[in-house]
Design a protein around this ligand. Structure first.
Ligand code: SAM
Length: 270
């Protein structure tokens, strides 16, 4: 099979992949037949899952706007996905043209496509990296070159921590990332959670994800708060993403509560 021109050489088109499944669910076209089949199966098992993806993406946009408003001008977006509508650099740089954004993803298609659309943008870049290896991400010379860790940075962990197993110590990962940040920095999180009345649907989708390289797990609001560790939980706390500084215009469905959101803050110590 010949690869489309946006696909990097050597990409495995036989296994569904979270980045490309999410891209397809959001109406994107950087995905393969195996990803589309997977998404159709997931949507059959849980018809509302597409709305959950949209609610998550909408939260990402609101969180970035809120962070720019709070004065943040640097973003480290890990598990950034395949560029689609409302990318972090577009949202941030529309409000603050000087904002800098480093995208990191484990998926080579996400990174290749991000690099393609960022060509010529000197304040945004993309690298391949694994959230489970935070020190490697922080030490990457391209990350160090773009971001000034002497100034506040917002780390975005949006719809990615649910791909990190307990054995890989998500709280330890967030702690290592936060230790690299100065006071006045933030960690924004969204995370899959169980919702009442959808047990079967969510079980089936979770099982489907076992076919991908990144299995998925739900966590409770308490577990998400624990992952944020010593960071101050600001704003409404750990809440359904649609309830995090809600957009009055957004249509909300009860099952969108399957994605939680929270904002951790590293206080400035005097
Ligand atoms: C559901 S998408 C979320 C994309 C974007 N953050 C958003 O919320 O719109 C999850 C992304 O996390 C990436 N991912 C999964 N595990 C990862 C890991 N260990 N390190 C970095 N990225 C990872 C996937 O490749 C995928 O692009």
């Amino acid at each position: 099979m010949s690869l489309p021109d946006w696909a990097p050489d050597g990409v495995d088109t036989t296994v569904p992949n979270a980045a490309r499944v999410y891209d397809y669910a959001l109406g994107g076209y950087h995905n393969f037949a195996v990803d589309r089949e997977f998404t159709e199966q997931a949507m059959k098992a849980w018809p509302g899952i597409g709305r959950v993806a949209y609610a998550n993406r909408a939260y990402l946009g609101r969180a970035v706007e809120w962070l720019v408003d709070a004065g943040v001008r640097q973003f480290l977006d890990i598990g950034s996905g395949i560029p689609t509508l409302g990318n972090v650099h577009e949202v941030a740089q529309a409000l603050a043209p000087e904002a800098r954004v480093m995208y990191v993803d484990i998926d080579e298609v996400a990174v290749a496509h991000s690099q393609a659309i960022l060509a010529g943008n000197t304040r945004a870049a993309a690298v391949r990296g694994d959230l489970r290896r935070p020190q490697q991400i922080l030490a990457d010379p391209r990350v160090q070159e773009l971001l000034d860790f002497g100034q506040p940075v917002a780390v975005l962990l949006v719809a990615v921590l649910h791909f990190v197993a307990d054995e890989d110590d998500p709280a330890g990962i967030v702690r290592e990332l936060s230790e690299a940040l100065v006071g006045g920095s933030y960690v924004a999180v969204s995370h899959f959670t169980r919702t009442a009345g959808l047990d079967q649907e969510q079980d089936q989708v979770t099982k489907l994800y076992d076919q991908t390289p990144t299995s998925v797990r739900a966590r409770t609001p308490q577990q998400v708060a624990a992952i944020l560790g010593d960071l101050e939980l600001i704003g409404p706390g750990v809440v359904p993403a649609t309830a995090w500084h809600p957009d009055p215009e957004e249509e909300r469905e009860p099952e969108q509560a399957a994605v939680l959101a929270a904002m951790g803050y590293k206080p400035i110590r005097s």
